[in-house]
Design a protein around this ligand. Structure first.
Ligand SMILES: Cc1cc2nc3c(=O)[nH]c(=O)nc-3n(C[C@H](O)[C@H](O)[C@H](O)COP(=O)(O)O)c2cc1C
Length: 357
């Protein structure tokens, strides 16, 4: 069905279709979603970045119980943050009105700002899922080699040619190139953030020229035509996040699903007010009201920890305007349907769009 070169890559990954359901931290990528995608012949991805090693192991066990097909487990690459007390107090003061509006008590210092990343990586090595992927940084070559020795296929995320080269040097099996269209957090870890905001159409061919590993394209891809375009530009697979958020198996608030399907082409924006790291989401009151302080809030993961209770309380109270409604620029093209049907629909569309490739 696919060309020889593409088929070789799919054989390496162990999947039938050049389609990856993106890892999406925060509970979106339930084991049910991951397994449904993998059972349908694409690659499901379980997001583990915000989970403790024990919770990660439990999630992976559930995925394994639901599918015997390959699946991916994703982590961030993070350092423990240096917390400045004055900066923390200023950030908490900015958030105080939102806490009050939701009936939350005055903020205290969070017990922790993020999971122990080294412990997560060690636990993932033990779990040795068929595929592992990383964003926000790069692993050292020795750790990449350890994953490969344990039989895990390693994917690194890049938003520029320079980042792709670094991952290639570290020994990655494939690189996920994330365009500026992408929903959720940007993986940028080298250089100037704004200069790294490259559109996928310009990014894929430039990375393809620079590195010798297979590429996975991510950002704004919502249908088989988009996947075909990414393949024509030089990618070997496409990673779709927002398209899978509207599946019944995705573990997000129903109001968020509704808003995705109603979003227009200009309905999303990059913001760092939720987490301290730029991420793309549907424009909300929270984003707009804190927009003047966009550059003042502490860096990830500090701001992320400070807004956690607000985001959780907002979800419990159906206050969508105070939630982080992450979505990519193609959100309005989302089609709510079961994940297996979405994979089949995308594969059918791709076959029509790429006859004989
Ligand atoms: C809700 C949400 C959460 C995300 N969380 C992660 C994550 O945990 N790890 C990761 O590598 N990428 C994450 N991403 C980015 C995706 O991997 C991917 O780059 C993006 O969804 C592609 O753009 P699209 O949403 O337009 O398809 C997230 C994206 C969304 C929408």
């Amino acid at each position: 069905m696919y060309s020889r070169y593409l088929s070789r890559f799919l054989t390496m990954l162990g999947v039938t279709h050049p389609i990856i359901q993106a890892p999406m931290a925060g509970g979106a990528t339930t084991p049910e979603l991951v397994a449904a995608v993998s059972n349908a012949g694409a690659l499901g991805s379980f997001a583990a970045a915000t989970l403790s090693p024990a919770a990660m192991a439990e999630g992976v066990q559930r995925v394994r119980a639901l599918t015997d097909q390959p699946f991916n487990v994703n982590l961030f690459i993070l350092e423990q943050p240096a917390v400045d007390q004055a900066e923390l107090a200023a950030a908490q003061a900015l958030l105080a009105p939102f806490r009050a509006a939701l009936g939350l008590p005055a903020a205290t210092r969070p017990a922790k700002f993020c999971e122990d990343n080294q412990a997560q990586i060690a636990a993932l090595l033990e779990l040795a899922p068929p595929v592992v992927s990383f964003t926000f940084g790069v692993l050292d070559a020795a750790t990449v080699a350890q994953f490969r020795q344990r039989g895990s296929f390693v994917i690194g995320t890049a938003t520029t040619v320079a980042e792709a080269r670094v991952w290639e040097t570290a020994g990655a099996d494939a690189i996920c190139v994330q365009g500026i269209e992408a929903g959720g957090h940007r993986g940028t870890f080298l250089g100037d953030f704004e200069q790294a905001g490259i559109g996928l159409m310009a990014l894929i061919p430039q990375v393809a020229r620079a590195v010798n590993v297979p590429l996975i394209a991510a950002g704004g891809i919502m249908d088989g035509n988009g996947i075909a375009a990414a393949l024509i530009l030089g990618a070997q697979a496409a990673q779709l996040g927002t398209a899978f958020l509207c599946c019944p198996e995705a573990g997000i608030h129903p109001g968020w699903k509704q808003r995705i399907a109603q979003t227009s082409d200009d309905g999303t924006r990059l913001t760092r007010v939720f987490s301290g790291k730029y991420a793309r989401g549907i424009v909300t009151d929270f984003m707009q009201q804190l927009r003047p302080f966009e550059h003042d809030v502490p860096a990830y993961p500090i701001q992320n920890a400070l807004t956690a209770e607000i985001r959780q309380a907002a979800a419990r109270q159906d206050q969508l305007e105070m939630m982080s409604l992450w979505a990519g620029q193609g959100a309005g093209l989302a089609r709510p349907m079961p994940a297996a049907l979405l994979v089949q629909t995308l594969a059918d569309e791709l076959t029509i769009a790429l006859p004989g490739r």
